[in-house]
Design a protein around this ligand. Structure first.
Ligand SMILES: [Zn+2]
Length: 114
């Protein structure tokens, strides 16, 4: 069983891949031998991943996703690497990924690297 944070990381990756596909020219890609059903597969994976997240979490996710490409940011030494601002001491001291926390500066979900 994955944690909700892991699902969010996966969901964000899938959505960024879908964004990347949207930039390409499908006809050209097909000629070059790319699998044009990739988008459908990714959309299906996106749907299934969203079904694994709670509605409350998804609404938070979608709000942040409206602002940024990357919704989840790593934290190194108490600094959010989404906005490069220092987290408040209390939050920086959590240093574990048991609950889903957001950066108070940029709002991105954060995960602690150390
Ligand atoms: Zn931040």
């Amino acid at each position: 069983m994955k944690t909700e944070l892991e699902y969010l990381v996966i969901l964000n990756d899938i959505e960024l891949m879908i964004d990347d596909l949207g930039k390409g020219n499908a006809e050209v890609e097909e000629k070059l031998g790319f699998d044009v059903s990739r988008k459908e597969k990714l959309e299906d994976a996106r749907k299934r991943t969203r079904e694994s997240c709670s509605p409350q979490l998804l609404s938070r996710y979608d709000r942040i996703r409206g602002k940024y490409g990357k919704v989840i940011a790593p934290v190194f030494d108490g600094v959010c690497y989404g906005c490069f601002q220092r987290l408040p001491t209390q939050l920086a001291q959590v240093n574990k990924n048991e609950e889903i926390l957001s950066c108070p500066h940029c709002g991105r979900f954060i995960y602690f690297m150390r």
